[in-house]
Design a protein around this ligand. Structure first.
Ligand code: GLN
Length: 556
């Protein structure tokens, strides 16, 4: 392409939580389907330097990138919709930006002049945006600004957008995602909040080029016209974004209103055909009947006041869906709070009705005894079980306690003085913990894992065509986020008792996958890594496929 790189800022009006991440991801998918090279950046207006130190019940899932950066769950949406892995430069927070400005100031890189919030902070934002654009060699760079217009917190990022637009007026577009409520007692769609949001955006020197109007239903012509007139845009640039069954419908829906071509017009790019055929086929498949599987996700981060949060496990949920569609099944998920089993062990019986049980990642002691009981139930009742990170560590502890005869086995994370610390802190982590050096210091990002032939895990990767093993050992790469691991002193005892470590670090020192052989259990597998992070709609993860297949085979 000979034109300048193009930028699209996606901002939120009226309120948060209406799907800016999915909107950004969907725009990315559409533009990629037009043959453009696209990359996507997420800005979070927090002081936290990354998402690693944020409590999941407050912030949702922490999504880990290949290079180990701990980011917001929207990065996961981008990766899934774009079908690309993104680098750490594509994620920034206020804290990260200031940290860099202050580092440079300390190093005299500003040559002794005053360093100012404006323009030096937005300039650092723009430097990062440009670096991400260059790294991807992107024709179009999407920048999602977290939070809502009018908040004090994201002003500095909107100022960066304004500066870029002022410098390259033809190369920057602004998309505002707004919410158009239909108050129950009025029964009419109200556009006023959107009008106010558009004005607030004007007050920071930006004008929306496109307004995405989220609502429970599609907009009628009258509301489109009203938004157009009062927000100063063309009526055809008001795009309906009604509630949909599945997030994967969103790109197809936007295209009904011609989103891709409108963006090309705004950015001065030639219109090109959009080829969403593969995506549409995947969406169609996801809607076909197929066998319905009941899967329980047993975790501890679900309850927030009176509300059940599933955001914390978003990648797990999506990975289960991807795998189910791929084998012509549908999953219905139930979110079960493990603490319930501690208070009332009789409740464990409810697990019998499920075709599969998943224990996702987690930290700390709350609810873990309930988790271990659920895993024991899955093992003894031969219900397919998939453990992810903490779910693998607790699989190991369960086996140690109830099969290997290691009474009181535990993880050092929960009980430092356990008689059998079968899960222990990694040696290089001890110093970090003593110094309370928590931020970004776990074992993070992608590491290779060698698979043992003849195991359930090996077969899963092989059947999915995900094993590159010309000559050498069967090796895969997976993303990690943990401080603890299987204690080498117990490996032999656990193996003697029948537990198989089917995946190991190439050195053979770290146990990456634990499982029971097929003859013993239909599917009992745990991975120290997080396979859910790399599952993609059109490329489900092998371990999830194998788990769903086992659940489907078991279905009564
Ligand atoms: N708490 C465990 C550890 O730090 C597991 C982490 C996780 O599940 N991501 O090792």
């Amino acid at each position: 392409m000979t034109t300048n790189p193009k930028y699209i800022f996606i901002v939120g009006g009226v309120m948060s939580g209406i799907g800016k991440g999915i909107a950004t991801s969907s725009i990315g998918r559409i533009l990629k389907s037009k043959g453009f090279k696209v990359t996507a950046i997420k800005i979070d207006p927090y002081i936290n330097v990354d998402a690693g130190t944020m409590n999941p019940t407050e912030h949702g899932e922490v999504f880990v990138l290949d290079d180990g950066y701990e980011t917001d769950q929207d990065m996961g949406n981008y990766e899934r919709f774009l079908d690309e892995s993104l680098p750490s430069i594509n994620y920034m927070t206020t804290g990260r930006v200031y940290q860099e400005v202050i580092r440079r100031e300390r190093n005299l890189e500003y040559g002794g002049r005053n360093v100012e919030v404006v323009p030096d902070v937005p300039l650092e934002v723009l430097r990062r945006i440009s670096e991400a654009q260059k790294a991807a060699n992107a024709d179009i760079t999407l920048v999602e600004v977290g939070g809502t217009i009018g908040e004090y917190q994201n002003v500095i990022f909107l100022e960066a957008a304004r500066m870029l637009k002022q410098k390259y007026p033809r190369d920057v577009a602004v998309v505002m995602l707004s919410y158009v409520p239909i108050p129950g007692n009025i029964g009419e769609m109200k556009t006023k909040p959107t009008q106010y949001a558009a004005r607030s955006l004007n007050s920071v020197g930006l004008q929306a080029d496109i307004i995405l109007a989220r609502a429970t239903v599609p907009l009628d012509a009258k509301r489109k016209e009203k938004i157009a007139v009062f927000c100063n845009i063309l009526p055809e640039h008001v795009i309906s974004a009604p509630d949909v069954d599945s997030i994967y419908d969103v790109p197809l829906n936007y295209e009904k209103d011609g989103m891709g071509d409108i963006l090309c017009d705004v950015l001065g790019l030639d219109r090109r055909p959009t080829d969403l055929s593969q995506w549409a086929a995947f969406v169609a498949k996801s809607k076909n009947g197929g066998k319905k599987l009941e899967v329980a996700v047993v975790g501890k981060y679900f309850m927030s006041g009176e509300y059940v949060l599933s955001d914390v496990y978003i990648s797990v949920i999506e990975a289960l869906k991807h795998a189910a569609y791929a084998v012509d099944c549908k999953v219905h998920l139930s979110y079960l709070d493990s603490e319930v089993y501690e208070k009332d062990p009789a409740k464990l019986e409810e697990l019998r009705q499920y075709d599969g049980i998943v224990v996702p990642g987690g930290f700390g002691s709350r609810g873990v005894e309930g988790i271990v009981s659920a895993i024991q139930f899955a093992r003894e009742q031969k219900i397919p079980y998939l453990g992810l990170c903490y779910g693998m560590q607790w699989l190991t502890i369960e086996y140690a306690r109830h099969v290997a005869g290691l009474e009181g086995a535990n993880t050092a994370e929960v009980n430092k003085d356990a008689p059998h610390p079968v899960i222990d802190v990694m040696p290089d982590q001890i110093e970090k913990l003593t110094k309370a050096d928590y931020g970004g210091t776990m074992r993070l990002g992608t590491y290779p894992c060698t698979l043992t032939e003849g195991t359930v895990a090996h077969e899963a990767y092989e059947l999915a065509g995900a094993l590159a093993k010309e000559g050498g050992a069967a090796e895969v790469s997976e993303r990690h986020r943990h401080r603890y691991e299987v204690n080498p002193e117990y490996i032999e005892r656990l193996q003697k008792a029948g537990l198989v470590f089917s995946g190991k670090s190439p050195s053979g020192k770290l146990m990456e996958i634990a499982e029971l052989p097929r003859g013993v259990h239909p599917f009992f597998v745990g991975s120290q890594f997080h396979p859910e992070l790399t599952s993609r709609p059109l490329k489900p993860h092998p371990l999830f496929i194998a788990f769903i297949q086992a659940a489907s085979a078991q279905k009564k």
